[in-house]
Write a protein that binds this ligand. Sequence first.
Ligand SMILES: [Zn+2]
Length: 127
Amino acid sequence: MAFTHEEQAALLAGLRARARRLRGEVAGKLVDAAEDAQDGRGGHDSGEQSFALAESGLDLAEASRDLHELQAIDRAVLAIGAGTYGSCERCGEPIEPQRLMAQPLALRCLDCQVRAEREQGGHTHRL
Ligand SMILES: [Zn+2]
């Protein structure tokens, strides 16, 4: 889809703000994970230790999800710069504007997304 200069600037600003927030969250979660792991080592019994380690694992899982989103944001920012943003990665057709408004990180048009999800056996993917 063709974006006006203003729309593109607003989109970039939104993506960068989201990326900034995500980076802060990732940093916080990694610190939490390290602290939980520390608690685990210092735990009085094995139950306490495994609970702390499980907490640590959850923090890491969340941090890794955020990192994936950060990568998607980076891709979108690059694509905007290259003028390829908003094209479906599968069929090359423009992604529906409404879809992009709701999901600025969408990589595929609705048709291709539905088809891809069907191929994956009905598992839905957030992007
Ligand atoms: Zn498509």
